[in-house]
Design a protein around this ligand. Structure first.
Ligand code: SDX
Length: 424
């Protein structure tokens, strides 16, 4: 039921009444679906002011720097929750009680292995292939193993697909890393926590199984929590659009991985470290700030700016705190952290960045922690994909479990009018 009404007045046409809806929080929305039958389309390249769906999963207030998952602030989840509990929250809408949590953890553990034949797909790639290219291929191939046993209209099938994807992403990510190093795949262990297990599969070998540092496991889990979901970002919107055609969830997540890869999105965490390498020293910061401000230079300050946040990205604040904790506990004095902090300080005092409300985003400090954990730069976006999997699959499930239509935007056509093929 519409809360309010809007009226669109177009010269020479009758006014068009449009319903206006209010959500629990955030801006009201104008329902423009009736415009199509009135002979008009809206025009919003890049979806600067477009709500693609109704959702109960995540709320962002970009002006206040607020991020809530099912109502819980990200700062509290990062401090008090853990990744699998956050996965449960995103999927089911409530925090689990002790029994529900233990059952969920046990169920995920039982799905961490992948089909043995999946390893064959690795051999089709060069060892130096970018890990995100391999992830797109392997997760897309995962859909081949389940496509015929999956009815997306069956809630139980959707639930087991969600569990399989959350459980298998770290296994696949570690397989991709091991393949790039020419080391044998390390199988998951059910006696380890989710993040311990991931680090075990990444860094142990058949010759030596070291105990995983609790400091690194906690930092890894915190990073997964901070990446778990973020409303209708580009990759989540890709997952929803792919899902709207009825594609199986594994194929939809593969589409999300492809969208995440770009440096404007999840690929930024890798680009930040490469940028810091290129800057090299505090004395070069001004030169790169000038490049970032130069409209004729494609260089952007990676890890800075956000479509929604016009204040601090709350995840960046937690990420910076985690940086300090992890490097302090490990006794690491990383010059790149000093460089990043100086870069932030200079940028945040420059009118160009202040006037455009450009702040550090989730990707600005994450790479410093990932490097301290031992993750190579080219694997950073793979970590982002593993962390974002619960968000992607929660949005897919939210859409498929209710009424939905195939996503099919229109356009403003400015090409040739109809013309005849020239007679020979
Ligand atoms: C993620 O959507 C999400 O929620 C994404 C994400 C998630 O969790 O899913 O939060 C994860 O993708 C974070 C963003 C990671 N990307 C980067 O760090 C790459 C660098 N940032 C930019 O490319 C940019 O800020 C975007 C892509 C993030 C946002 O782009 P917008 O919203 O389209 O903004 P814009 O490009 O129109 O910028 C507005 C102005 C422009 O200048 P003017 O034309 O007004 O003069 O700000 C400038 C831009 O040139 N600008 C920058 C800048 N970011 C914006 N200038 C220099 N360096 C930058 N980083």
């Amino acid at each position: 039921m519409a809360d309010k009404k809007a009226q669109l007045i177009i010269e020479g046409a009758a006014p068009i009444d449009l319903p206006v809806y209010s959500g629990t929080m955030g801006p009201d929305v104008v329902d423009v679906r009736a415009l199509g039958s009135s002979g008009y389309f809206t025009f919003d390249p890049g979806f600067m002011a477009t709500s693609s769906c109704e959702s109960k999963i995540t709320y962002i207030d970009g002006d206040k720097g607020i991020l809530l998952h099912r109502g819980y602030p990200i700062e509290q989840l990062a401090e008090k929750s853990d990744f699998l509990e956050t996965c449960y929250l995103l999927l089911k809408g409530e925090l689990p009680d002790a029994e529900q949590k233990s059952k969920f953890v046990e169920t995920v553990q039982k799905h961490t292995m992948v089909h043995e034949q999946l390893k064959n797909f690795l051999n089709g790639f060069r060892r130096d292939a970018h890990p995100m290219a391999v992830m797109c291929g392997i997760v897309g191939a995962l859909s081949a193993f389940y496509h015929d046993s999956l009815d997306i209209n069956d809630a139980k099938h959707r639930e087991v697909s969600a569990i399989r994807l959350i459980a298998k992403m770290p296994t696949i990510a570690a397989m991709v890393y091991k393949y790039s190093k020419g080391e044998p795949v390390i199988y998951p262990r059910n006696d380890l926590s989710y993040s311990e297990n991931f680090l075990h599969m990444m860094f142990n070998t058949p010759c030596e199984e070291k105990k995983i540092s609790p400091v690194l496991a906690r930092a890894m889990d915190r990073i997964f929590v901070l990446h778990a979901d973020h409303e209708q970002n580009a990759s989540t919107s890709t997952v929803r659009l792919a899902g709207s055609s009825g594609a199986n969830p594994f194929a939809c997540i593969a589409a999300g991985i492809a969208a995440l890869w770009g440096p404007a999105h999840g690929g930024a965490n890798e680009a930040v470290l490469r940028m810091l390498d290129e800057i090299g020293d505090v004395s070069n910061i001004e030169k790169f700030i000038a490049k970032a401000k130069d409209k004729d230079d494609p260089f952007k300050l990676m890890g800075f700016g956000h479509r929604v946040y016009k204040n601090f990205d709350p995840r960046a604040k937690v990420m910076k705190q985690t940086c300090d904790e992890v490097l302090g506990e490990l006794g690491i004095n990383d010059p790149q952290l000093e460089l990043a902090m100086k870069l932030e300080e200079i940028a945040r005092n420059d009118p160009y960045f202040v006037e455009r409300n450009l702040y550090p985003n989730v990707d600005f400090y994450s790479g410093i922690i990932l490097k301290a954990i031992g993750i190579p730069t080219e694997m950073f976006t793979v970590i982002f994909a593993a962390g974002r999997t619960p968000g992607w699959i929660a949005h897919w499930n939210e859409m498929i479990s209710g009424p939905y239509k195939i996503g099919r935007p229109r356009q403003l056509y400015t090409g040739y009018p109809q013309r005849d093929y020239p007679s020979k």
